[in-house]
Design a binder for this molecule. Structure first.
Ligand code: FAD
Length: 263
């Protein structure tokens, strides 16, 4: 049971406070206050650390850990695919609470924001680390430490889509794509699929095949996506449905990037 909250004034104080048994960093509290964080007794608030800003600098968009999903949606500085991913949390009440830092701390299986950050080659700022961490390294390292923020290219061609039974249901599938350029050929494409049940994969073989080559037929793109994706089922979507939709979604998203770039 949560019995205490501390409000450190510096990052060093926050990191020290988190070493106490039962302490957890507080983002929007949507998960911490949901009754599932059974061992948490003390919340370490991040409200006085100045992590709530969105800025652009040297072609990068720098987003603080305390930025909410609604602030992402509202900011014209944020790449459109990331705004769209945040908007996929359909409840505005939740969007006003959920923070970027909390999304990293929890890394929910059905996150739409994390696949987009992966295709954008995001870099994560973690307290005590001099260098920014590539997002895939951060996720591989079991997400330890206090996340201070994330940096993404300010101008990026990227797109995201998701499957869920209703707008407020847990998602069953998320697809995200990006490319440094999309016309006349795909340059450095990034493709990520998530089965929303713990399998989040980068389609590296498909990326290699598509990079700098003539754009294959829609059918071939769908087959490339399905070849690297072995999803788990859930109560709303079977394995066959997820694999079928994964191909369709990747082909649709790439077609959208290509047609936008050709305009
Ligand atoms: C009822 C319910 C409905 C939900 N619905 C949705 C939904 O519609 N869409 C959606 O995307 N998600 C949803 N979630 C999942 C989840 O709550 C959020 O996605 C999000 O990941 C939590 O963000 P938060 O800021 O509220 O985190 P918190 O609950 O504050 O924290 C989550 C975890 O992250 C850690 N943490 C917080 N900030 C940091 C930081 N800066 N650095 C390191 N660790 C940190 C915390 O210690 C904790 O372990 C839902 C959860 C519940 C319980």
């Amino acid at each position: 049971m949560i019995t205490d909250i501390v409000r450190p004034k510096t990052v060093t104080e926050a990191v020290r406070a988190k070493t106490a048994p039962g302490a957890a960093y507080l983002g929007g509290g949507t998960w911490l206050n949901s009754g599932r964080a059974e061992n948490v007794t003390t919340l370490v608030s991040l409200e006085n650390l100045g992590l709530g800003s969105i800025q652009t600098e040297s072609g990068r968009c720098i987003i603080g850990a305390s930025v909410t999903f609604q602030a992402l949606v509202d900011s014209p500085l944020v790449p459109s695919a990331l705004r769209e991913a945040a908007r996929l949390t359909a409840s505005r009440t939740l969007r006003n609470m959920v923070t970027v830092g909390g999304e990293f701390g929890l890394s929910p299986d059905d996150s739409a924001v994390i696949p987009v950050l992966i295709v954008l080659d995001a870099e994560v700022s973690v307290a005590g680390r001099k260098k920014l961490l590539p997002i895939e390294s951060f996720l591989d390292e079991n997400r330890t430490g206090l996340v201070l923020g994330v940096s993404v290219p300010a101008q990026a061609a990227a797109a995201v889509s998701a499957v869920s039974r209703t707008s407020h249901s847990p998602r069953s599938l998320v697809a995200a794509v990006s490319a440094r350029a999309a016309a006349p050929m795909l340059d450095r494409p990034r493709l990520v699929l998530s089965d929303c049940r713990g399998r989040r994969v980068r389609l590296t073989a498909a990326e290699r095949k598509l990079d700098g080559a003539p754009i294959p037929s829609r059918q071939d793109i769908e087959a490339l996506a399905r070849a690297e994706f072995t999803p788990r089922p859930d109560m709303h979507a079977s394995v066959a449905y997820k694999r079928y939709m994964a191909g369709v979604m990747v082909a649709d998203l790439l077609a959208a990037l290509i047609s936008k770039a050709a305009r």
